[in-house]
Ligand binder design. Structure first.
Ligand code: HEM
Length: 417
């Protein structure tokens, strides 16, 4: 976490930033209503430690590494990216200004739900009324839960008028009812073994271990994946397109690379044909795209501040004393900008820093590039997220150019290439 000057120090109750480091001590956990997150997260992977965490991490890691989930999720990402491209195409034809972050949020909601539950909710086009209601309630609940957790901006909650406990309860109820229905429907399907979504894989597990993998467990684990995967991916895509608007030379290089990588299908391919060509083999050729995504996450990590709570009194490696219940946070946002870690050009957007001399992507240690966390709790969906972001970016950049709408500062105006 950087040099904090040696010697033993007490971490106070006030939030304070340490000199030269990216660590903040934030006082006792009780103040932050840690347990209040449980009404949405339940006993899912984010909200538990010890045995419960270990079990979920083990089962989920096995599922994530399977080829079947890879193939299925690729198909889902291509399907949803194509849908998004059609909407943008329509907007470009009529010179309509769009809020691309809103579209990314809906699109990643649809992809994540489909990969998780094997059901299409289509919040992007709104064709499934029940699905769209779920999506809205889920968004409200996860936003409220996050606000509660960090215990800031309750004034904003009030302003938005969705922050009361009663409203939150109702929203979570909508989420629970819908998820309950989806799980019950899925249980009735006889060919679960052949289904590729996350829920079906866990249901097969639960037939072998019904005592541990209960209905509630399934609800918790899958909703946690939704919370983990949806906003993080959409926000990163939004920052990426924002950065491309401000760095046209980077965008140009990305386009050159993707045209070269897909040259076999020719220049006249339709959106659908081009999307179908985005296989793993093709995507592997897009090293500059991967570098640009990593560079975006370095400067704009989707989890900019990551707080942890101490189980017991301890002394950190740099000499700080911490007490049981203290909250200690590391800050990927700050670490991504430290010259101590990244050199004098730390604040520059320079994807090339991720490429070796042959133009091949060269990963950094997760303890240096902390956007996905490091150690035993490193993000389980990193590879899945990168695949989704690469597919969306390649497809959109092949057919459109984006401009920032200066008047609203919303990334919006689009032209067809
Ligand atoms: C750009 C996209 C993403 C970023 C930046 C990101 C980042 C992170 C970070 C920082 C953590 C650590 C949280 C903590 O310390 O409590 C984490 C954990 C996790 N992520 Fe991601 N994530 C992304 C996408 C995804 C996706 C798409 C999924 C799955 C659908 C996913 C699944 C998980 C899970 C299950 C954990 C909990 C791991 C554990 O506690 O053992 N993430 N992610």
């Amino acid at each position: 976490m950087g040099d904090v000057g040696g010697g033993k120090k007490k971490i106070g109750q006030e939030a304070r930033e340490e000199k030269g480091g990216a660590m903040v001590a934030m006082g006792a956990a009780g103040e932050y209503n840690y347990n209040n997150m449980k009404d949405l997260l339940g006993d899912g992977i984010f909200a538990v430690d010890g045995e419960k965490w270990y079990h979920q991490r083990k089962v989920a890691s096995v599922e994530f590494s399977k080829m079947v989930l890879r193939d299925y999720s690729n198909a889902v990402f291509i399907y949803n990216a194509t849908k998004l491209a059609s909407i943008i195409s329509e907007a470009a034809r009529s010179s309509k200004i769009i809020d691309i972050q809103d579209l990314f949020m809906k699109s990643t909601m649809d992809s994540t739900f489909q990969v998780a539950f094997g059901v299409e909710i289509d919040s992007l086009c709104g064709s499934n009324e029940e699905g769209s209601k779920f999506a809205e309630a889920f968004d409200d609940s996860s936003a409220l839960i996050t606000w509660r957790y960090v215990d800031i901006s309750w004034k904003i909650k009030k302003l938005l008028n969705i922050g009361s406990e009663a409203v939150l309860k109702k929203r979570i109820q909508v989420v629970d009812d819908f998820v309950h229905k989806v799980i019950c429907n899925k249980r009735k399907q006889y060919d679960l073994l052949k289904k590729e979504d996350f829920l079906s894989r866990f249901l097969v597990e639960s037939q072998q271990d019904p005592e541990n993998i209960t209905h509630k467990y399934l609800r918790d684990i899958i909703l946690n994946f939704m919370v983990a995967g949806k906003d993080t991916t959409a926000v990163t895509l939004s920052w990426l397109f924002y950065m491309l608007c401000n760095h046209p030379s980077v965008e140009e290089k990305m386009v050159e690379e993707l045209i070269l990588a897909t040259k076999e299908i020719g220049n006249d391919a339709s959106i659908g044909e081009f999307a179908a060509s985005l296989t793993e083999k093709t995507m592997d050729k897009m090293q500059y795209l991967h570098a640009t995504l990593s560079e975006t996450l370095r400067l704009y990590p989707a989890v900019p501040l990551n707080p942890k709570i101490c189980f017991a009194d301890d002394t950190l490696p740099d000499g700080h004393d911490v007490k049981k219940g203290d909250m200690v946070a590391y800050m990927p946002y700050v670490m991504g900008r430290m010259t101590f870690i990244w050199g004098d050009d730390a604040e520059d957007f320079r994807p090339e820093r991720w490429l070796n001399n042959d133009g091949v992507f060269s990963p950094e240690s997760p303890f240096k590039f902390t956007a996905f966390q490091a150690g035993p709790r490193i993000c389980l969906g990193k590879e899945l997220a990168c695949r989704q972001m690469k597919i969306f970016t390649a497809l959109l950049l092949r057919f459109f150019r984006f401009k920032l709408n200066e008047s609203s500062r919303i990334l919006s105006c689009v032209t067809s290439t």
